[in-house]
Design a protein around this ligand. Sequence first.
Ligand code: ADE
Length: 247
Amino acid sequence: MPTAILSALPEEQHGLREQLEEAMHVRHAGRDFHTGRWHGKPVVLALSRIGKVAAATTATALIERFGVRRIVFTGVAGGLHPDVRVGDTVIGTAFLQHDMDASPLFPRHEVPLYGRSRFAADEELVDLLAMAAGAVSTGVFDAATRARFSLGGMRIHKGLLVSGDRFVSAAHEALTLQRDLPEALAVDMEGAAVAQVCHDYAIPFAAVRNISDRADDTAHVDFPAYLSQVAGKQARALIGALLPLLD
Ligand code: ADE
């Protein structure tokens, strides 16, 4: 049974597809899936596209059509917690939809009829991602790239990742999220949706996100360049280090 590696955008997947041996392309549900082997391990690469619904559809297709045994999401996120800087890696241990609000019928952030607002990552996958991230956190980027994108210590964090159907690109919005969800390390647009699907199917899930911006007024400025020059390379190094650790 293959491992699914899910990315949101083509730039984030770019470095991954080059690694596939015995590569095959399958078009399904309006999406492109790339199957093959990497480090001898069967994998399926897919683009979630952007937003929670698109990501949930992709995750469902990976499980139903490709029978994947686990899903790993790799991509970028906007840093929320004051300790999380551009270039850092965040490994999600729990996932929450910051824009879920069925109050007063249900508490804010609770997913109706699930009795919970958070979906946990698979603990073993989190540990393996942390090992993989530790192995690659230095040395992937040259000095010029580090300077251009102000990549700092490229630290690794583990904790709460929040998702919503909004690219957060205003400081006041980021501050509101920090105030409402002080534990949240970073924000993306897909992770919590995939976590919910994996919960429904009892499939192990984990997500690792490279911090591309601080979800503030400058979040969009270097975003495309960051994707093409940093995120794809980081994802390739990290997943390349993860796969040999998987059974
Ligand atoms: N992914 C990367 N940066 C993001 C941001 N600022 N908001 C939502 N998703 C993101």
